[in-house]
Design a protein around this ligand. Structure first.
Ligand code: HEM
Length: 252
């Protein structure tokens, strides 16, 4: 009962936002780590994609662990959004003259940045899953094997298209900005900030955001610039992709 009351308090809501945000940052760190397999070639990343489904299969069955991760991260995302909306409503209701003008203006700008970037990230996420996980939307051909996308070739073909590469770089920059402000406000929520430590926390938040941005953005950049080569199986799959147009044709 007391726990429920605490969860509904403003501090409780902020802690829920912080914890669910931390779960999603954890997912992003794992995703960025997973993406790094691309640097070592098509086989590495494709094997990693199988490993994700095979991990813990004696306990949860094939793909079972991945589903647990999906439920936890998806649940965290839903709770994060609902709690943020509750906090916004509460802040609006409590809007008074508690803060000096400058401080309040700054808060409003940061708040709007967080809401706007959060909405853009949600939109990106839906399109991203529909593009690379389910293959529902196919601006470039989606190659599948064993009921899942063949990661390297799908990314290779997508990032030959300039606007897809740039859209991803922009999206992960927005993710970085959101995480920077988010991580910084978590430190404040937890009351860890003070004049001595603020600089350190700002640096930690910046390192996290920039690190994630660089690691995610490296993927479209390396495909677009040709640092990452055409997949070895391209010549075989070229036949398969004729219906959608060749890779040369998709490079715009
Ligand atoms: C350039 C950056 C990114 C690249 C190249 C990338 C690549 C991919 C690929 C290839 C998949 C499918 C993996 C598979 O089926 O084995 C995937 C899935 C996914 N990505 Fe990303 N991603 C990027 C950024 C992001 C970001 C910033 C987010 C979150 C905001 C994100 C969230 C997800 C989610 C939730 C899935 C679905 C996982 C699942 O349910 O299987 N990705 N990504």
């Amino acid at each position: 009962m007391q726990l429920m009351r605490f969860a509904r308090s403003t501090l409780g809501l902020k802690i829920i936002v912080a914890v669910t945000g931390a779960i999603m940052i954890g997912f992003l760190l794992l995703h960025a780590y997973g993406n790094m397999h691309i640097w070592f070639g098509a086989e590495e990343i494709n094997d990693y994609s199988y490993w994700l489904r095979e991990f813990g299969q004696h306990l949860f069955g094939y793909g079972g662990f991945l589903w647990i991760v999906r439920v936890v991260v998806g649940g965290a995302l839903i709770v994060h959004v609902i709690t943020v909306v509750a906090l916004i409503r509460r802040n609006r209701a409590a809007r008074g003259s508690r803060y000096r003008k400058t401080s309040r203006r700054k808060r409003i700008i940061i708040g709007l940045t967080m809401i706007f970037s959060g909405a853009l990230i949600l939109t990106f996420l839906v399109l991203h899953i529909l593009q690379f996980t389910t293959g529902t939307i196919q601006p470039t051909p989606f190659h599948e094997q064993d009921g899942m996308g063949i990661v390297y070739i799908n990314l290779y073909q997508a990032f030959q298209v300039w606007w897809i590469a740039w859209a991803y770089i922009l999206a992960v920059a927005i993710v970085g900005i959101h995480i920077y402000h988010g991580a910084w406000s978590v430190f404040q929520t937890l009351g860890w900030n003070n004049a001595d430590r603020n600089n350190l926390f700002r640096h930690i938040a910046a390192a996290l955001a920039i690190g994630l941005f660089l690691s995610f953005a490296s993927v479209p950049v390396m495909f677009w610039t040709g640092v990452l080569p055409e997949p070895p199986s391209m010549s075989q799959t070229q036949q398969h992709t004729q219906d959608h147009g060749s890779v040369e044709a998709t490079r715009q």
